[in-house]
Design a protein around this ligand. Structure first.
Ligand SMILES: *Cc1c(COP(=O)(O)O)cnc(C)c1O
Length: 398
């Protein structure tokens, strides 16, 4: 494994995240900022009010969560939305009829569904490409998209897209460059520093980090974009609930600390999988033979804790692997404190038809892990047992 070139989060950024909003309550002098659930705020006179009037438009608890996320990503501001998908819907409101959206073929399934459905009804046009293929850069120059969508690492193969190259191209052709940074969180990658205009997240994942809130965010690089996404968030009514914002802010205070354990555990799990005879392939950008390794080492400040791997023995081996697994919950989602195992064929990618799954390299023997922050010895012992069960099945099949 080679070293990462990107800078680690500054100490002051860590401290500001842990201490976000401390002392904001001047009435009772509470240390931690209170939660403001009120939907409405007093007017001084008809048409005269303070910073807040109505919670869909703005709310102090949500604002604090948004400021903290913007700070983490190095943006000028952010909106907090009701889900990752509503954040993505807000970002794509910047497109008009006839505009082209260039998006990765293996983008998040919900994004693929939304982009395709909007294109079918003429809201905008969409073209799906393989962003790691140099030919798609040429194609982008020709097609002149209005928006370029980036998701790096991708799901479930953890393919890496070069943020600087695509952001520069976007600038050259006057496109808005949007990065979905859900898989790494701003601790491990900050796309705005590479020239992206907007960053979106499903805060459901690492930012909240406790698998108990569905939420999203759009972070903007400049004031004009921020104003536009804030306008759409209010107009569409997809702003995040104060209680969800409060939980997300609470989760983010431990983001840096959690990320260290996620990373440490993930690297040990990668090692373990690499040493197993029943594993035919491990996908993780930390591996020197991963095709995106060099780009990842330039643009990421951590390798991330999502891993996918292929089992010899296909579906039967997968069933044996998950049957009796103790510390990895068989569930969708990612980025929470708890470890998860996902079978893309039957779970996250089941809505793709079979030939499309095969074409995308999603076989029946592929599994994805989201490595949590449990004691690594427990995770390792559990995986050893699961791989043993898979091995027993795979060797009978041969
Ligand atoms: C989960 C996810 C989303 C969608 O977020 P929701 O909070 O589930 O709406 C979008 N992009 C990526 C990469 C995700 O993992």
């Amino acid at each position: 494994m080679s070293k990462l070139n990107g800078s680690r989060p500054s100490r002051s950024r860590v401290t500001r995240t842990v201490r976000a909003g401390l002392g904001a309550d001047t009435t009772h002098r509470a240390v931690m900022p209170p939660i403001h659930l009120s939907t409405n705020f007093f007017f001084d006179a008809p048409g005269v009010y303070g910073k807040y009037d109505y919670t869909r438009t703005a709310n102090p608890t949500r604002d604090l969560a948004a400021e903290t996320i913007a700070e983490l990503e190095g943006g000028c501001g952010a909106v907090v939305t009701s889900s990752g998908m509503s954040a993505i819907a807000v970002a794509t409101r910047l497109l008009s009829a006839g505009d082209l959206l260039l998006a990765p073929r293996d983008c998040y399934g919900g994004s693929y569904r939304l982009f395709s459905a909007e294109a079918n009804r003429g809201t905008y046009r969409v073209k799906f490409v393989d962003p790691w293929d140099p030919e798609s850069l040429e194609l982008a120059r020709e097609l002149r998209p209005r928006m370029i969508w980036i998701e790096t690492p991708s799901n479930p193969h953890l393919r890496i897209t070069d943020l600087a190259v695509w952001a520069r191209l976007a600038r050259d052709i006057g496109a808005v460059c949007v990065a979905d940074n859900t898989f790494l969180s701003p601790v491990n990658q900050r796309p705005l520093e590479f020239g992206a205009d907007l960053v979106v997240h499903s805060t459901t994942k690492f930012l909240n980090g406790h698998s108990d809130v569905v939420g999203g965010t759009v972070v903007a690089a400049d004031e004009d974009l921020l104003e536009e996404v804030a306008w759409w968030t209010n107009a569409m009514g997809v702003s995040g609930a104060p209680f969800d914002s409060y939980l997300t802010l609470r989760g983010m205070r431990t983001l840096h600390a959690r990320s260290r354990v996620h990373e440490e555990n993930a690297l040990r799990v990668v090692d373990l999988l690499e040493g197993s005879d029943v594993v035919t392939r491990v996908n993780h950008p930390s591996l020197p033979d991963h095709p995106g390794h060099d780009i990842a080492s330039r643009q990421q400040t951590g390798w991330g804790s999502l891993i996918s791997f292929e089992l010899r023995g296909g579906r039967a081996a997968v069933d044996a692997f998950v049957d009796g697994i103790e510390h990895f919950a068989l569930a969708e989602s990612l980025g929470g404190v708890e470890s998860l195992v996902t079978h893309p064929w039957t779970m996250t990618h089941a809505s793709m038809d079979e030939p499309a799954r095969v074409a995308a390299g999603i076989g029946q023997g592929l599994l994805r892990l989201s490595v949590g922050i449990e004691a690594c010895e427990d995770l390792e012992a559990d995986l050893e047992r699961a791989l043993g069960r898979a091995e027993a099945v795979a060797s009978v099949l041969v």
